[in-house]
Ligand binder design. Structure first.
Ligand SMILES: [Zn+2]
Length: 734
C-alpha cells in the first residue's frame, strides 16, 4: 500500500522533469510490500547488486549481460556509479571530471533505466575522497592537509589528491553533484563511498572551524584525555552529521522519496555515533566485505547485530565482496565459492540482506557469478521466511563507542574490542542466540526484551547509564560484567569506585594488576551445599583454572561472602624449581555472584573475555557460558545439541518463525578462505514456541523437505540430519 502511493508521487515528479531526463516507468512490482517499520521504499529490496564502474567501462562493457544477470538473480535494487571522482553521465558542473570513455554517452543513465525496467530500486553511488590536479589548481583549499602542513597526495595513485571531507569540497562541490544527479535522474537515494575523510585534516577550513567550535587548535595527539583531542572527537562527528543532513535535505528537496544513504556505521571502533546514525538513516548498508587476516566468519553477523542495535527493524543490507579483501587490494580477484557462501550465510542468519559488489563491469574471472546466482535464487525462493520482524534472543551484549574513544584511545582494539570478540566467540561456541545493544540505548524500550545484558569491559559509562542498568536489574534483568566495567565516566576519567559497585557487590581498592603471568583461580565448593555451583558446571575434576591476564582488585561489600573462584596470585614461572605457590590461594574473589529478586549479577574482576580471545582456553569458554546461563535462568528460545561450531539465531516473521544454523566448523574457521565445507551431522534442536501459537508445518529451507518433529511441553524437538554451510528451520505458525 505504502509503496503504491510512494510510487505515484514519484512518477508525478518524474513527469515534471525535462523529456530527455525522463526514464521509462518501472513496471508494477509484483509482490512488493513495504514493512510497516520502513515507510517509503527502503524496506522493500531484499537483494542488492552493486556494479562499481571503472573509468573505461562506458562503451566497453556489456550492459545487456548485467541486466540479464540482475533479472536472473532476482536482484530488486542496484547501487550504480554516477559521479564524484569520475562522472559517468554528462555532467555540467565545472571540475566534475567526466570519464574519458564517456563521449556523448550516458553510462549511468543507461544502466539506471535498464534496472528501472526490471522494477529495481536504484541508488546512485558517488565517491568523494579523491580529486585531480585541476581541482587542486582551482581550489587548493579543498585538499586535505597533513600534520606537517603538506597537502595529502593519494597514497594509491599520485595523480590524485585526497580531499578534505569537512570543508567546501564536500559541503559545496559534492552538494552540487548530488543535486545534479537527483535533478537529472531522481534515483531513490545517493550512497557515497569514502565521504567521511581520510584521517585528520589540518587545512585552513578545519583549523578555523575547530577553533570556532572549541576555542582550541586541532589536536596533535591521539590521547583521548588531551582536551583538544576530546573536543575533536565531538566536533568531527558533529561536522559529518551536518554534512549528512545537508545532503539529505538537498536530495529530498528534489525527490522527497529519496535519501542520502551514507556509507557509515559499525561497532565500538567505528567513528560516528551509531545512535544518531540509527535516527538519521532510513536503511543502511553494512560494509564489511569479506574476511581478512585472522577473523572468524561470525564477524559478518556481528556487523549486522551492531547496525540493528540502533536501526531496529529498518532494513540493513550486508555488502560483500566477491574477491579477496586483504591489504594488498586485489580488486579483480575472485574469492573461493565456499568462503562467499559462508560469509553471506552468516550475514543472512543475522538479518543482513545480501548486497554483492563488483568493481569493473568487464569481469575478468567469472567464477563468482554462479555462486552469487545460487545464493540469490535460494534467497528469492525463501524470502517470505527472511523478512524478519523480531528476534527471539534473550541475551544481549553491550557495545560502547564512547568506551573505545575515551577509554580505549589508541589501544581501543586491545582494550575494548578484544573483550567483546572473546565474549562473542564464547556465546557462539555455547550456541546461545544473542543480540547487541548500543550503550546510548539502555532505555527500557531497547533492553527490556532481554533477560541478560553482557558488559564486556564496558569501562566508560556515565552516571545516567549506570542508573539505567540499575533500573534494568530492578525490573528483573540480569547482567554479566567483566574487568573495568563502569570504572570510568563517559569521558574516560577514572572514578574512585565502580559506577555499578552496588550491583557488583564489590568496591574497587584502587589497585590494578597486569599483565599477570602464571596466575590462577581456585575452584571452591559452596559451603552450604558442599557442591560446585552452576557457574562451575563441567569442571568436576578441576581444582584450579587459569586466570585472566589483567585484573582489578576488589573488596566484597558483604564480608565473608562465598566466591566460587579464589585468586591465586602470580608466582615464579622460572627457574622451574621455584614454580610453586606461596600462598596456595588468597581470599580475593575471582568472581562475584549475586541474586537480587529475579535478577542475577555475575562480575569477573579479571579480563576473562579478553584473555579468552587471546588464548581460547576451553575453561574460559565454559566459565563464560555458565555465567550467561546462570544469569539468564530461564528456558532458552532454542537449544542445539551436537558436534561442531554453529552460529545460531531465532527470528519471527508475520506467520512463521525461523531458526538459522550456520556451520562454522572448519579448519579455516579462524582464517579464511574456506577450502571446502565440512558438513555437520545430526543436530538435536529444541525450539520454544511463542505462547498462543501453534506449529502447523516445519520445513528445512536448505536441505528441503519436512523433518519429523515432536512436541515437548512448550517446545518442539527435531533432528537436522546434516548441515552444509547453512540450514534454516522454518516453522509455520497458526
Ligand atoms: Zn580540512
Amino acid at each position: 500500500m505504502e509503496w503504491d502511493s510512494t510510487r505515484r508521487t514519484f512518477l508525478k515528479q518524474a513527469a515534471g522533469v525535462a523529456a530527455t531526463q525522463l526514464f521509462p516507468a518501472a513496471p508494477l512490482l509484483i509482490g512488493a510490500e513495504t514493512s510497516r517499520s520502513n515507510p517509503g521504499w527502503y524496506g522493500r529490496p531484499m537483494r542488492w547488486a552493486q556494479l562499481a564502474f571503472v573509468e573505461d567501462d562506458p562503451g566497453n562493457y556489456d550492459l545487456g549481460f548485467w541486466l540479464d544477470y540482475f533479472q536472473k538473480i532476482h536482484a530488486d535494487a542496484a547501487c550504480l556509479s554516477a559521479g564524484g571522482s569520475v562522472a559517468f553521465y554528462p555532467t555540467e558542473i565545472p571540475l566534475h571530471y567526466r570519464s574519458r570513455w564517456l563521449g556523448n554517452m550516458d553510462a549511468f543513465g543507461d544502466i539506471l533505466n535498464g534496472c528501472r525496467k526490471l522494477g529495481m530500486n536504484v541508488v546512485a553511488r558517488t565517491d568523494a575522497h579523491a580529486a585531480r590536479q585541476d581541482v587542486y589548481d582551482a581550489h587548493p583549499d579543498w585538499i586535505a592537509v597533513d600534520e606537517k602542513g603538506n597537502k595529502k597526495r593519494h597514497p594509491s595513485d599520485p595523480d590524485f589528491w585526497i580531499t578534505c571531507a569537512l570543508g567546501p569540497y564536500n559541503f559545496d562541490f559534492m552538494t552540487r553533484v548530488h543535486q545534479e544527479i537527483m535533478t537529472k535522474y531522481s534515483p531513490d537515494g545517493i550512497f557515497t563511498n569514502r565521504w567521511a575523510g581520510s584521517g585528520m585534516c589540518y587545512c585552513e577550513h578545519c583549523q578555523q572551524n575547530f577553533l570556532a567550535f572549541a576555542g582550541l587548535s586541532l589536536p596533535r595527539t591521539l590521547n583521548p584525555q588531551d582536551p583538544s583531542r576530546r573536543q575533536y572527537v565531538v566536533w568531527h562527528q558533529q561536522r559529518l552529521f551536518e554534512l549528512w543532513r545537508l545532503w539529505n535535505e538537498k536530495i529530498q528537496a528534489i525527490n522527497p522519496n529519496a535519501s542520502y544513504l551514507a556509507n557509515a556505521g559499525g561497532g565500538a571502533l567505528s567513528e560516528l555515533d551509531m545512535k544518531t546514525i540509527g535516527e538519521l538513516a532510513p536503511t543502511l548498508f553494512a560494509d564489511r566485505q569479506a574476511r581478512s587476516g585472522l577473523m572468524p566468519p561470525w564477524a559478518n553477523g556481528k556487523n549486522g547485530k551492531e547496525y540493528r542495535a540502533t536501526l531496529g527493524t529498518k532494513a540493513i543490507a550486508g555488502i560483500f565482496s566477491v574477491g579477496l579483501e586483504e591489504k594488498y587490494r586485489w580488486k579483480d580477484s575472485v574469492q573461493s565459492g565456499d568462503e562467499i557462501r559462508l560469509w553471506v550465510a552468516d550475514g543472512m542468519a543475522q538479518d543482513l540482506r545480501p548486497w554483492f559488489v563488483k568493481f569493473n563491469a568487464k569481469p575478468i574471472d567469472r567464477r563468482w557469478l554462479p555462486v552469487v546466482e545460487e545464493i540469490y535464487q535460494w534467497h528469492y525462493a525463501n524470502q517470505g521466511y527472511l523478512r524478519n520482524e523480531k528476534s527471539f534472543a534473550r541475551v544481549a551484549m553491550v557495545y560502547s563507542q564512547q568506551t573505545a574513544s575515551f577509554y580505549g584511545g589508541e589501544d581501543a582494539r586491545a582494550k575494548v574490542e578484544d573483550p567483546a570478540l572473546g565474549f562473542y566467540q564464547a556465546l557462539v561456541e555455547a550456541r546461545i542466540p544473542f543480540e547487541m545493544v548500543h550503550d546510548h540505548l539502555l532505555d527500557p524500550e531497547h533492553i527490556d526484551r532481554f533477560k541478560t545484558l553482557i558488559l564486556p569491559n564496558i569501562a566508560a559509562l556515565s552516571t545516567q547509564q549506570c542508573d539505567q542498568i540499575r533500573a534494568y536489574v530492578a525490573q528483573g534483568g540480569s547482567i554479566v560484567a567483566t574487568y573495568e566495567t563502569s570504572l570510568y565516566d563517559q569521558w574516560g576519567v577514572r572514578r574512585n569506585d565502580f559506577g555499578l559497585a552496588s550491583l557488583f557487590g564489590a568496591s574497587f581498592t584502587g589497585k590494578e594488576e597486569g599483565p599477570l603471568l602464571n596466575s590462577y583461580l581456585t575452584l571452591e565448593k559452596d559451603p552450604a551445599s558442599g557442591q560446585f555451583p552452576p557457574l562451575l558446571a563441567g569442571f568436576d575434576d578441576a581444582t584450579r583454572i587459569i586466570n585472566g591476564t589483567h585484573c582489578v582488585t576488589v573488596t566484597p561489600l558483604g564480608a565473608g561472602a562465598y566466591s566460587p573462584l579464589l585468586l591465586v596470585p602470580p608466582y615464579p614461572d622460572l627457574p622451574m624449581e621455584e614454580v610453586f605457590t606461596q600462598p596456595a590461594k588468597t581470599r580475593e574473589p575471582g568472581v562475584l555472584l549475586r541474586e537480587i529478586g529475579r535478577s542475577r549479577v555475575v562480575y569477573f574482576p579479571a579480563d576473562i573475555d579478553r584473555t579468552f580471545w587471546e588464548v581460547l582456553d576451553v575453561d574460559h569458554a565454559k566459565l563464560l557460558r555458565n555465567a550467561v546461563l546462570w544469569a539468564t535462568n530461564e528456558p532458552a528460545p532454542v537449544t542445539v545439541e551436537g558436534k561442531g561450531v554453529l552460529d545460531t539465531s531465532v527470528w519471527g516473521q508475520k506467520n512463521s518463525m525461523t531458526v538459522h544454523l550456520v556451520n562454522l566448523t572448519n579448519p579455516m574457521m579462524m582464517k579464511g578462505p574456506l577450502r571446502e565445507v565440512i558438513p555437520l551431522p545430526n543436530q538435536e534442536v529444541s525450539i520454544l514456541i511463542p505462547e498462543g501459537r501453534r506449529v502447523s508445518a516445519v520445513r528445512l529451507l536448505v536441505a528441503g523437505g519436512s523433518p519429523h518433529y515432536r512436541k515437548d511441553g512448550a517446545s518442539i524437538r527435531l533432528t537436522v540430519p546434516s548441515i552444509g554451510v547453512h540450514e534454516v528451520i522454518a516453522l509455520d505458525l497458526s
